[in-house]
Design a binder for this molecule. Sequence first.
Ligand code: 5RP
Length: 227
Amino acid sequence: MSDAKRAAGEAAAELVEDGMRLGLGTGSTVAYFLDALAARGLDVTGVPTSEATAARCRELGIRLLDVATATELDLAVDGADELDPELQLVKGGGGALLREKVVESLAARFVVIATEDKLVDRLGDTFPLPVEVVPFALGPVGRRLEAVGFEIERRERDGAAYVTDNGNHILDARLPGGIEDPAVMDVELALIPGIAGHGLFVDMATEALLADGSGEVRRLTPRAAQT
Ligand code: 5RP
């Protein structure tokens, strides 16, 4: 699996050009991308989507760009927990979903890097949907999600509630049978007070680089972009 992640990360690093302003995702696949990017020695800047990515960039000498001054990014690269053939995504396994969505919304091009097994027919099939919730609203949001049919689990670390970089908690929400219409669910969740963000990324990815165990990488675009 790590060979496939490395292959996807390295393929994405080849897309980067000198002078680009980048969105830098979070996770183990992105770690390979960052290594390959640093090895290319290009003059680029990047907005990190997590404290972990920021720390890794500092180690690798990748210059960081403050999101406050980043109006438009040339390219964002990030992993995903699931993607469907339309390149709708479930993200947030690493807990960085909120900053990822903010940063990736600024990018002209958003490339997902993942292993082939992350490609599913229907989102929510294999992975629960991470929902980031302000601590005050954990109870009410949990009940609202259950009313919609989700089975929820509070994410924990070391026996306590997991805390995101934004000081929030995460509910991992599983919908039996998966998410029928990601665009509808995207809006439904946005209307629940107390949800700071959720891991459904609808119509955001412009392409995906999917790698298999042999290190072969194929490029996928949403069906709309193929016509
Ligand atoms: C972090 C994410 C990651 O992109 C996602 O969890 C995939 O991670 P990995 O590359 O380690 O499989 O959304 O919030």
